[in-house]
Design a protein around this ligand. Structure first.
Ligand code: FAD
Length: 459
């Protein structure tokens, strides 16, 4: 039986990111990937928000040199008018998924991780203090800890299930590489061109309805939706469609992202985001990196293991809820426009305990008003990521915040909030903060904490 310290199952973005970081942190890692046909869609949008994660993994330069299209934003037609939605100034990527996954796998091996590919894991069981993974070829692997990164797998759908009908088109016009998104009466369409004339086009529709239609009915539904999507016309006018594949595109959340015996679920195995957010890849990379820090902590500082498991659970839940809130806003906007079952059924809250609603606007306090921390806020120990370690740190929690306030600009929350014990007026508070982080950041911290209701007028 082959044995390793950490076995990472699944070499998609989440699994490879975890393997890279664990290997960089000095752990013995084996990445196991079943291989097989490339996943649909062939192209996906990687937003600029993923750049820091790529940098941290040491793959940014390789991804930038891979020749992916670098659009500055996407073309979106959601409320009746087409507009360009930019990525906040920075360019993202229109990645070819097979190539991105290959770059990440290569980086994992360069960092020192082993790779078994093709090798499908059939079962993962905990027995006599170790994890045993049975492979399809009959071999068994033993590991002290496991990262389960097998992709969209488990957990109930958070809204009525959605299916993505995906096809590649040949001979498409890359049109500056813009991804295109358009809401239709009973579906939405999304297109991502590649520089070689291929273009991935997916139609997102109700999964139960698509299952009932059967193959020919689905193909007719897909073709009609694409024909109705005016935004795709300049891209697909002379292109030819390839075969259709159906994928689950429902937002899901696994009930147990962390098993305290040493198994963490990451990426879509932990929470599958609604593709409307276009953040699945960035989130998978981020979770892989965070999970590596959690396992590193649990393996090297077992006294902090419980904090590490809690941190991972909290991060998965918060990411899932934030993206659900974002997706719900898009569904509501389309429901107001079309009033169709597809949109209306998805426009409600997806969660029993959703993200706190945005606070009502508050007028700014008078300049001489004395300020203090809101009476509902309280200090408690929360797990925080400090470099490569998870450790407990005092943080302020408040019903208006979806995450505890533990750090800002690399300094603990106490450094920022302690001055409020003296109930200073705003100019004095800002002066203290400016000395720590400069004018602009002090201003944005003030606006954030005041808007969320964490700071109030004293008395
Ligand atoms: C139609 C559609 C369009 C999308 N578009 C975008 C987009 O534009 N931008 C974006 O950011 N996100 C997009 N997403 C989401 C994105 O695809 C996912 O967020 C991302 O792939 C998650 O990465 P992952 O590593 O968690 O899972 P995956 O990428 O699914 O990787 C899982 C890996 O595990 C392997 N595996 C599975 N089972 C086993 C096993 N038993 N043994 C060994 N290996 C196994 C698989 O082969 C695979 O390599 C889209 C999703 C859909 C459905």
């Amino acid at each position: 039986m082959r044995s390793t310290e950490v076995c990472v199952v699944g070499a998609g973005p989440a699994g490879s990111a975890a393997a890279i970081r664990l290997a960089q942190l000095g752990h013995r890692v084996l990445l196991v990937e079943r291989g097989g046909p490339g996943r649909a869609p062939a192209a996906e949008s990687l937003p600029p928000s993923a750049l820091p994660g790529l940098e941290q993994l040491g793959v940014r330069a390789a991804v930038e040199a891979a020749g992916f299209l670098r659009p500055r934003g996407s073309l979106v037609e959601w409320d009746g008018a087409a507009r360009e939605v930019d990525g906040g100034g920075a360019a993202g990527f229109q990645v070819e998924r097979a190539r991105l996954d290959e770059l990440l796998r290569e980086a994992a091996m360069a960092a020192g991780a082993g790779l078994r590919r093709p090798a499908a894991v059939r079962s993962i069981e905990h027995d006599a203090g170790a994890w045993r993974l049975r492979l399809a070829d009959g071999e068994t692997l033993e590991a002290q800890a496991v990262v389960d990164a097998r992709g969209r797998r488990a957990g109930a759908a958070l809204r009525p299930p959605t299916a993505a009908l995906c096809a590649e088109w040949q001979g498409a016009n890359a049109c500056a590489g813009h991804g295109r998104v358009q809401a239709l009466r009973e579906a939405w369409v999304w297109a991502a061109p590649l520089p070689d004339g291929r273009c991935s086009v997916a139609v997102f529709a109700d999964a139960a309805r698509m299952a009932a239609l059967g193959g020919p009915g689905r193909a007719a539904f897909y073709d009609e939706a694409v024909a109705r999507a005016g935004l795709l016309d300049p891209v697909l006018r002379h292109a030819r469609r390839g075969p259709l594949r159906v994928r689950d595109a429902s937002a899901r959340r696994h009930p147990t992202p962390a098993d305290e015996r040493g198994l963490l679920r990451v990426g879509e195995a932990a929470c599958a985001l609604d593709p409307l957010s276009s953040q699945g890849l960035a989130c998978a990379l981020r979770q892989g990196v965070q999970a590596a820090a959690c396992l590193h902590t649990a393996l090297v500082r077992p006294a902090d293991a419980a904090w590490a498991w809690t941190f991972h659970r909290d991060q998965v839940l918060r990411a899932s809820r934030r993206h659900e809130a974002l997706a719900a806003g898009f569904y509501r906007a389309a429901a107001a426009r079309f009033d169709e079952a597809f949109w209306v059924a998805r426009a409600g809250p997806a969660d029993d305990a959703a993200v706190p609603p945005p606070p009502p606007p508050r007028s700014w306090p008078a300049l001489d008003a004395r300020l203090c921390i809101a009476p509902l806020a309280r200090w408690q120990l929360e797990p925080v990521l400090d470099g490569d370690w998870v450790r407990p740190s005092p943080a302020l929690v408040h019903p208006g915040l979806d995450a505890p306030f533990a750090f800002w600009c690399g300094r603990p929350a106490r450094d920022w909030l302690q001055p409020l014990d003296a109930t200073p007026p705003l100019p004095a508070l800002l002066e203290r903060w400016r000395a720590l982080c400069g004018e602009a950041l002090a201003g944005s911290l003030w606006q954030h904490l005041w808007r969320q209701g964490l700071i109030v007028s004293a008395g």
